[in-house]
Design a protein around this ligand. Sequence first.
Ligand SMILES: [Ca+2]
Length: 586
Amino acid sequence: MTVYGRADSMMCQSRLPNHCRGTFLRVSACLIIGLVVGYIAQSVHAEGQPNILVILSDDMGYSDVGCYGGEIETPTLDRLAHNGIRFTQFYNTGRCCPTRASLLSGLYPHQAGIGHMMNDRGFPGYRGEFGNNCYTIAEALQPAGYKNYMAGKWHITHRLSPQQDDDKKNWPIQRGFDRFYGTIHGAGSFFDPNTLVRDNTLISPYADPSYKPDSYYYTDAISDHAVRFIHEHDQTKPFFMYVAFTAAHWPMHAKEKDLSKYEGRYKDGYSSVRENRYQKMLQHGLVTKSSTTLWPLEERWGEHGEYWPWDERNMEVYAAMIDSMDQGIGKIVQALETTNQFNNTLFCYMQDNGGCAEGMGRRSIGKPRALTPPLPPMKADTLQVDMIPKQTRDGYPVRQGKGVLAGPPDTYIGYGQAWATVSNTPFRKYKHWVHEGGISTPLIVHWPEGIVDPGRMEGTPSHLIDIMATAVDVADTNYPTNKTPLEGLSLQPLFQKKTLPNRKIYWEHEGNRAIRDGKWKLVSEFNRPWELYDISSDRSEQHDLSKEQANRTKSMAEAWDAYAARAQVISWEKISPKKKSNAKKK
Ligand SMILES: [Ca+2]
């Protein structure tokens, strides 16, 4: 195969504009002010309300971070897990937009208007827009005295190019946040993100007087703004902060210093990395051998085949992106510590969907980079408006395809199905599906003042819908009665080593459906029959019991139908008549 760019991989990144003026002084000043304010105001907020920090990552599998079995170095998350609680059966919705709608509203995604993605498909559950019938966590906590901050990916409105104020009605500032730095859209270059916004204004990362790093990388920008918001916060009030990283969603983009750490780390291939993860998960007690299994990987994925060096590199970049995110979370934790707010902050880390098997940038054969930039450079203040930029700021066309080594700004590639399978060890399916590989996420909870017996695992099935209910509970406030009632339960009892009442949890995405009731899970792909699994003995979903237990299958299917009817879920054929099957995404 032809491999393009390992030696010159970061050339065009290094040619990006260089800004470094004043950053050190500004950070130092903030630190000193923060220390003084923190010292004076360490008396806890009125009513003992904790700060609440929710960190969400993007397109990552259950076993990626170190404390869930991964070989990727995540010392900050590992430390928080060690001193907190690792939830082993926490669930998302299986996709970016619906997860964000559900997390922020405490409802199922269709109830919040985002049953699919950002298109308005003409039905109440599928407006592609966060609904007026619900609140964000920020809006719910405002009356309780909370200040609300957000850094990162929003992705719950289709209004990306506002022409009038009303177009921003579902942007963060209009939905309860006091400060915002991030992207309104859901995916983009890490070196030049589209729809970048400070508070309410679209900006170019290269002409932003308020943030001038040595070189721009979106993950760093998100962490740096979260740190800034913490230092600038008035500690007489509690805060809610939502940090939504876009790592490790495609494109595989990383900084050279993070990437060099992972060079050669994946040379043994998919199977070996997956097996090592599984053994580590067993040792940690995250899964058991009696309830999970590793099935053989598909030969067509071509482990160590013609394009292996290219695909090996994709995973190196993916790992570097997560490593960088963990470094950023480390800076956020440090800001909480230096401002004396760490012990009174309820910290939650989770992922928005499972590993992503999409074929972004993987189908064609790539081209080499030109020796000199063939295109005119972009001005620093030009807004880069594309999810996939046409060119880098310094004039190189963005390249995709096999052989193009991922990492630098002129590449745009996903890590593909084989690595997504490794990310989802030992579960079935991926982002889009509601089998365990699509919807299982770590939930790390850290809260020294609020949890009993830290360092343990918690196996009670729980879901994103529970985060709003938990926030309202710990903030000791009331959810308004004129909005759609919350679906979730507060997780506080689990923090206190107590139990939650029994309940059913539901999923629907692109016609893929599931219901969880105790140890039982009924699940199906779009237009396929229901499958029934006993998750306590078969979380890898290998032994379908639907025929053996026909009565249970029937009653759970009826419960799912009742959920669909009340939660604005309608058939996927009606929403997307052209899509007859999800099978083509495999
Ligand atoms: Ca995602």
